[in-house]
Design a protein around this ligand. Structure first.
Ligand code: C5P
Length: 402
């Protein structure tokens, strides 16, 4: 483990696992990190600031409105100081407050005031973890780019058994090390398409679809986190651009193709996650089309270019497609893989409302060529952000093997 020169702000909230964070602090300092500790009122009920001060070698910050602390290091300055904020243990209450953007104590305020990465290390009773509100908060945290480490499953201090245990200090320390030092995709260029396309009919109307872009954005975020240089070519969506990802915003399929042609030159991996409109209006009306009294309206459509097929036929990168199907998912996905000439396809069943389009969850069957054989890997239903991380690692592994 090498954390030399790294500045880590360690935030403790109220939970019995707080006592283990003394050991985490010691491990981080031993690995070379400079650690500053912030404690909530609840945390101080479980472990003393003096312990954390002795282990971190720095005074503990615990009060938003303490004039002395503000004079020494204001909360804004403290928010700018770290390379990484680790909140361990992160209680259900703290997760709720921080995902709601509340700033009612020093630690929550820091989370609102910082532009630095934040890792949440949840620790709570299994029932509190399973609670729908907690799960929805975790989902929000994940889509906002918080790193989520754990929880683990097992015996709990209260006597229950299940998910909610904080990761052990050594595991958390390794996550911190990996955050800074595990960059297996360094020197690789990934291009990802995401979201819907928008095909104009006239100046006010267009053809589009229900793609939210969540899967593509999560893949972009995951690849960037592992060190890849990422270009995200995206149709209009209501999502934040993940940090250190280059966004190329587009509207139509033709614009997406043009942007992809440039972006995929010298790229290593292309992931086509966008829901590209199959058709576009043959003639776009310059003026708003008027309602005609009796007759219906016929709009002549022509086919859009197939972006994925173009990349697979013209560029050298490893190409991955998505197949959104409502029936015969396996057969259609495999046929699509052959037709497009790609090495991997991720199939999902969009007829289900709990996964796929618009949902935060997804389940995938990934078909891929390996050693001249067609193989399949199943990714269980899970949050798209988590799934994306596993998928990016998987693509990288299979690409390297072939
Ligand atoms: O042909 P179909 O739309 O079912 O294929 C889906 C896959 O192909 C997705 O990966 C999608 O991003 C990609 N695609 C594309 N250009 C199109 C149509 C689909 O890149 N015109």
């Amino acid at each position: 483990m090498n954390l030399g020169q790294k500045k880590i702000l360690l935030g403790l909230t109220g939970g019995i696992a707080a006592y283990k964070v003394a050991d985490l602090c010691r491990q981080l300092v031993k690995a070379g990190a400079e650690v500053k500790v912030v404690m909530t009122k609840g945390a101080k009920a479980f472990i003393t600031p003096l312990t954390m001060q002795a282990l971190s070698g720095n005074p503990v910050h615990d009060d938003l409105l303490d004039p002395r602390a503000e004079a020494a290091m204001g909360h804004i300055e403290l928010a700018k100081w770290p390379d990484l904020i680790v909140i361990a243990p992160a209680s259900a209450d703290f997760i709720a407050r921080s995902t709601a953007g509340m700033a009612d104590d020093l630690l929550a305020t820091l989370c609102v005031a910082t532009a630095k990465p934040i890792a949440l290390v949840p620790a709570m009773n299994q029932q509190m973890w399973a609670n729908k509100a907690t799960q929805a908060n975790m989902q929000t945290a994940a889509t906002r780019g918080f790193h989520i480490w754990g929880p683990a499953s097992g015996d709990q201090a209260c006597g229950d058994v299940g998910f909610g245990r904080m990761l052990e200090p050594t595991e958390i320390a390794h996550k911190v090390d990996a955050f800074f030092n595990y960059k297996p995709l360094k020197n690789q260029k990934w291009v990802i398409t995401a979201g819907p396309t928008v095909e104009k009919i006239d100046p006010v109307r267009y053809l589009t679809n229900r793609s939210s872009g969540k899967m593509g954005y999560s893949i972009a975020q995951a690849a960037a986190k592992l060190g890849a240089k990422v270009t995200l070519v995206s149709g209009p969506v209501a999502l934040d651009v993940p940090s250190s990802v280059e966004l190329v915003p587009v509207q139509s399929a033709q614009e997406m193709l043009d942007a992809v042609k440039t972006a995929t030159e010298k790229s290593d991996v292309f992931v086509a996650c966008a829901a590209v409109s199959d058709y576009r209006a043959k003639n776009i009306s310059e003026q708003k089309m008027k309602k005609q009294a009796e007759s219906g309206l016929t709009i002549e459509l022509e086919q859009n270019p197939d972006i994925l097929h173009w990349v697979a036929s013209n560029q050298k990168c490893y190409s991955v497609g998505f197949a959104a199907e409502t029936q015969n998912v396996n057969e259609y996905a495999q046929a699509k893989m052959q037709r497009k000439g790609i090495q991997m396809i991720c199939a999902n069943d969009v007829s289900r409302s709990d996964i796929g389009f618009g949902s935060d969850q997804n389940e995938l069957k990934v078909f891929y060529q390996s050693e001249n054989e067609l193989k399949m890997k199943h990714f269980e239903p899970q949050a798209k952000v988590m799934l994306a991380e596993k998928l990016v690692e998987f693509i990288s592994k299979i690409k390297t093997e072939n």
